[in-house]
Design a protein around this ligand. Structure first.
Ligand SMILES: [Mg+2]
Length: 281
């Protein structure tokens, strides 16, 4: 079965925001650094919308220039997806006028793909045969989630506040790749994502030196979580229901020893405040 992934370019395969900041500073040297770009209307108060989009276009026009480099991990990220059977569509909200520059850039940096789609309507590509969308735009990721597509991307100031909306954000493409491949294993008949809940003996707790493990505490809340390593924990206090994406609910609380497998995506629903010792394997 061919799996389909749609991968964005700007701020997914390369650090577009640095190039944009440089262009924007040519218009107004007081433009704030991208740490402050928490919404897309960042030009307001610093330049006009037209000047802003001219700056964006100026970059895409010279995409193939030598100073615009992909992230060091970008090449392996795409090659690994290809090797794992994904059909890769590179999709960008840039004008089709910049197709040549974009193709040259992708080719010269060894960024493999099957299709290149440049348009202002990327989300039109999303359909029932799309398995994964990788993007930094919260709007694009939300559209993917609405269609039941796995959505993930790099973490930035402009998407950080939306991380509860059903998509997963990471600090590196390596972590994104692992997330996609782990979920893929799970989905296409790999290892089951089982959460183990046990009542440990005092002797077991002592042998494992559980009381010396770090402590984590959390108030009543509900949030998404992804395990990039296997976690073991021992609950000192609390009452929690964890629900996996397959709809399996597991409840545990004070006195339980719980093991979460690497690669698990779930929702934590904390009913009573939690205090636990934990350890990653
Ligand atoms: Mg982008």
């Amino acid at each position: 079965m061919t799996k389909k992934v749609i991968v964005d370019i700007d701020n997914t395969l390369w650090h577009f925001c640095d190039a944009l900041y440089e262009e924007l500073r040519k218009i107004n040297k007081n433009f704030p650094a991208y740490d402050y770009w928490t919404h897309w209307d960042i030009w307001e108060g610093y330049c006009t919308e037209v000047e802003f989009y001219n700056a964006v276009n100026a970059i895409h026009l010279k995409q193939h220039h030598d100073n615009y480099l992909p992230y060091p991990e970008a090449r392996d990220f795409l090659s690994n997806l290809k090797d794992n059977g994904y059909h890769i569509t590179i999709a960008s909200h840039r004008s089709p006028d910049y197709k040549k520059q974009t193709e040259i850039w992708l080719d010269k940096h060894g960024l493999v793909y099957d299709e290149l789609h440049l348009s202002y309507q990327k989300t039109q590509l999303f359909n029932e045969s799309t398995d994964v969308v990788v993007d930094d735009s919260p709007h694009v990721l939300e559209e993917a989630v609405k269609k039941g597509i796995m959505a993930t991307g790099l973490l930035f100031p402009w998407n950080r506040d939306y991380h509860d909306n059903g998509f997963m954000l990471f600090n590196s493409l390596k972590e994104i790749l692992k997330y996609i491949l782990d979920r893929n294993l799970d989905r296409y008949g790999g290892k089951p994502m089982e959460i183990k809940v046990e009542k440990p003996t005092q002797q077991y707790l002592e042998e494992r030196k559980v009381s010396s493990w770090a402590i984590w505490e959390k108030e009543v809340s509900r949030f998404d979580w992804y395990y990039d390593a296997t976690e073991e924990c021992y609950l000192l206090e609390g009452d929690v229901v964890v629900e996996t994406k397959d709809g399996i609910k597991v409840q545990f609380g004070k006195g339980d020893f719980v093991t979460f497998p690497e690669g698990l995506s779930c929702v934590w629903d904390i009913k009573k405040p939690v205090k636990k010792h934990y350890n990653f394997r």
